[in-house]
Design a protein around this ligand. Sequence first.
Ligand code: NDP
Length: 302
Amino acid sequence: MASSSSFPTLSLPNGKIPQIAYGTGTAWYRGSNDTPFDQKLVDSILEAMNLGYTHLDCAEMYGTEKDVGVAIKQYLNETGKDRSSIFVTTKVYRTLNDIERALHDSLERLQLDYVDLYLIHAPFSMKNGQAGITLKEAWNKMEKFVDEKKVRNIGVSNFRVDDLKELFALTPKIKPCVNQIEYHPYVNAASKELLAYCRQNNILIESYSPLASIVHKKDGPIDAIVEALAVKYGKSHIHILLKWNMQKGHVIVTTSSKGDRLKSYLQAGDADWKLTDDEIKQIDDAGAKLHYRKFWTKEFDG
Ligand code: NDP
């Protein structure tokens, strides 16, 4: 089984990013930063870190940064490891209009001096003017955070091709290095242009909801090929889907409340098995027969 020392990493401008992240949104989402931390989440994060997860995904919006902060502190105390052994991502959206305060508060809740990756969670409120800040103003502040060493890398989430083009048209001093998007076989076909644009511009894809196509859309067109590959490789359907995503060079952002599932997910990172190009294409082709998106459907699909 993969361990923290062997788990795959990819390169970012400032450091390496582990290719699996433990997400603290979705099932763990609380939506408010005014609530006390949830011991169940702290225990789950600690369990994940002890299994080898070194990449934690948070957001101002999830209301879980305090929990992540408590878990990190305990983990570093207990293991004697230092801050550089973990990779922390957080995102800003609700308080984009006061982004300096937003980062300050996130760092305080996380009990950290810096985050490894800071993302603008979505472009939508800046597009319709509700954010109270323009993309140019927000991005300039993001760049300043890197100069001030409060943030190691900066990127975006849920940006479509036009949103990225708008950002690149600003000729940013620091380009976005990550776009965190929903990505699984049932959005693959619809994401073709976006993936190509990101590849051309050295933007790493982080795939959230990588399991949506089997967790939320059972009995779909990918099931037969995923089952056949699971039998061929002696793996689960989940492993096949995570591997499919990782072999495309993406970071996967997943989660579970169950330790045995967290342990099992890590097998997707093992180097002793991989899908062939033709098998990846067979999943692509089967996935193209159904379009299903769980998040931001109106914004992405109209
Ligand atoms: P996944 O698609 O990986 O789904 C994870 C969920 O699948 C868990 O809740 C788990 O439940 C369940 N699951 C796993 N295996 C099985 C199984 N065999 N049968 C049934 N259920 C199963 O990811 P999520 O959609 O949860 O998103 C992961 C993370 O991505 C979030 O926590 C967040 O950090 C990030 N995210 C970012 C967004 C953005 O806008 N930037 C939007 C959405 C997510 P269980 O606990 O029971 O194991």
